[in-house]
Design a protein around this ligand. Structure first.
Ligand code: HEM
Length: 111
């Protein structure tokens, strides 16, 4: 049974995100800079969690005689959770795009 620190990882990630968001309401941080920082963190967490996940899938799929160390699983799971949280906020910034896309797809299907 592995422990992945769900509450601390998600909690710290949300705390840092909302602190950064709060700063955009002051003169210290522009909203565009906030988005740039979080887009970069989204890329980094995706690359780390995704690359490790891909390597592990390869090892498992080809039944390679390699033991995946626990710390690799922890890094993968940790960055995976961070990736999800940031992706959720990223998605929320582009919600209007998805609303429009669904509307266009639904209405064009009616014709
Ligand atoms: C590109 C996407 C991903 C791929 C290809 C992937 C692949 C994998 C693979 C192959 C394993 C199994 C390792 C093993 O059996 O020892 C694994 C484990 C795990 N993954 Fe991912 N993963 C991905 C994304 C994520 C994300 C986004 C999260 C978290 C939100 C996550 C959380 C976990 C956890 C907690 C485990 C460990 C399960 C255990 O203890 O056995 N993964 N992943």
């Amino acid at each position: 049974m592995h422990v992945y620190g769900f509450v601390p990882v998600i909690g710290i990630c949300l705390l840092i995100y909302f602190s950064s968001y709060f700063l955009t309401k002051t003169e210290y941080l522009k909203f565009t800079t906030h988005r740039r920082i979080w887009n970069l963190l989204l890329l980094i967490s995706f690359l780390i969690a995704g690359t490790l996940g891909l390597f592990m899938s390869f090892i498992k799929s080809f039944e390679l005689d390699l033991e995946i160390p626990e710390f690799i699983l922890k890094i993968h799971a940790g960055f995976g959770m961070v990736w999800f949280v940031i992706a959720f906020f990223h998605f929320s910034w582009h919600l209007s795009y998805f609303k429009k896309a669904i509307k266009v797809l639904v209405t064009s299907n009616e014709n």
